[in-house]
Design a protein around this ligand. Structure first.
Ligand code: PHE
Length: 447
């Protein structure tokens, strides 16, 4: 039988219970928290948007998160096979494969950004970042040279090494060191930011509720971001779920992961806005926020090289722990599908993903001709995965757990009242709302 391999064996590697929660938080806290969340919050009514984000997280994000974990733990297979193991037919095999392809594609461009964060950490600590004030020039010169390619290589090797060491000795140990370090750096940088003269203006931009700024569009942005921020639809939590001990409470883990993601996002905003506002610098979105606006702000503060350097280390940690989680998805698939060793799976996937990412990296500067329809290759892969594939997979997961899966009640481990609420979200709220997000992000629905 062609696909007998993926039915062959159960995953045998396991996380410890705390280790699993820390690793899942490591996955969820990423660039989304640090360079996207603060900005969209500031733009969409501050605390009003933050509340909306929490509502989306609770009503849709956490139910889908729990569904991924429960499917993973019951299936005890890679993200490509868990649906099938739990009774799904060939269509669900297709959905599973999509769930492995998507993280592969995401990793191909995410690893490039991991490289940027590593480069900027070195640049800041060596003092070279602050040697002149032209931060736009510095970023453009960097992205149109060969260095991004070198850092992309280093980042992929680093992430590959962690995954090659396995679930408990690699992913779990790595996160157990880095996640507390990240918390420490965040608190330190938050204290620095909040004690800057003029910090309060930044805090009000971030958190003063302005309900008039909220629109149906804000709701879809909040929902889409809740989904991305929890690393849903990327096969990650389903893959991790397969390594969770059967006695662990998935409900408790879900709440802990959601709370962790939220707290890290909140603190990130309390660093970014006070820092930029204190020096009169406009907080921009995405790459320009962290690689242009923030260096400008850090350069204006005493010991800016130190705080700037620590900020980039923080960013690098957030990005690497997420990259690690996403590489595990295609690796688990390769192990299962072809019966390869972990080492062989890791380096095969890493090399192919790296090679696939090379033109994407080059399209950012070195070879500006790599444009199709007004987007370069890097932006295309980002657009297709984040805006189309992730919400689509989200709908599929909700439908599978809500309608298709017979063993759902038992697998969730929830008390009946909670179970009914969960099922309500999976059957009605999550699929309908994620479908709206999909129509919106793909450009079919606009405001
Ligand atoms: N939750 C992650 C973030 O906020 C999303 C992500 C995970 C992206 C893994 C890439 C890889 O950045």
């Amino acid at each position: 039988m062609a696909n007998s391999n993926h039915r062959a064996g159960n995953t045998t590697e396991r996380f410890s219970s705390v280790g699993f929660i820390i690793a899942a938080i490591g996955s969820s806290v990423g660039l989304g928290n640090l360079w996207k969340f603060p900005y969209i919050t500031g733009e969409n009514g501050g605390a009003a948007f933050f509340l909306l984000f929490i509502v989306c997280l609770i009503l849709v994000g956490l139910p889908v998160l729990l569904a991924e974990l429960a499917i993973g733990r019951s299936g005890r297979a890679s993200a490509a096979s868990s649906f099938v193991r739990l009774g799904g037919g060939p269509v669900w095999r297709g959905a599973g494969l999509l769930q492995v392809l998507t993280p592969f594609l995401i990793l191909s461009f995410y690893i490039i950004v991991v490289g940027w964060t590593l480069h900027y950490s070195v640049l800041a600590f060596s003092g070279r970042l602050f040697a002149n004030d032209d931060f736009i020039g510095t970023f453009t010169a960097f992205s149109s040279g060969y260095w991004p390619l070198i850092w992309q290589t280093i980042a992929m090797i680093l992430v590959g090494f962690v995954i090659a060491k396995g679930v408990a000795n690699g992913i779990e140990k790595f996160n157990k060191i880095l996640i507390p370090s990240m918390a420490l750096l965040l608190v330190l940088l938050m204290i620095r930011a909040l004690t800057l003269p003029g910090a309060s203006e930044g805090v009000s931009f971030f958190l003063q509720p302005d309900f008039s700024e909220l629109s149906p569009e804000s709701a879809l942005i909040a929902l889409g971001h809740a989904f991305f921020s929890l690393s849903l639809g990327m096969g990650i939590l389903m893959t991790y779920g397969a390594y969770v001990d059967k006695r662990q409470s998935l409900g408790t883990a879900t709440v802990a992961i959601g709370a962790g993601d939220l707290i890290y996002a909140l603190i990130a905003g309390l660093i970014i806005f006070p820092t930029t506002f204190a020096f009169g610098i406009a907080p921009d979105e995405g790459a320009s926020l962290v690689f242009i606006a923030l260096p400008a702000a850090f350069s204006a503060m005493p010991l800016g090289w130190l705080f700037g350097g620590l900020f980039f280390v923080l960013l690098a940690i957030a990005a690497i722990t997420s990259a690690v989680s996403i590489l595990e998805v295609p690796v688990a698939f390769a192990k299962e599908q072809w019966g390869w060793s972990r080492t062989r799976s890791v380096w095969t996937v890493a090399v192919i993903c790296f090679l696939f990412g090379v033109p994407l990296g080059l399209s950012n500067g070195l070879v500006p001709g790599l444009m199709i329809g007004g987007r370069n290759l890097f932006d295309w892969i980002d657009f297709i995965t984040s805006n189309i594939l992730l919400p689509l997979i989200g709908v599929l997961i909700a439908i599978f757990a809500g309608y298709r899966w017979k063993g759902v009640a038992e697998a969730s481990g929830l008390r009946p009242a909670w179970f009914r609420l969960w099922l309500f979200s999976l059957r009605y709220l999550a699929p309908i709302l994620m479908l709206l997000v999909l129509l919106y992000t793909s450009g079919i629905l606009s405001f």
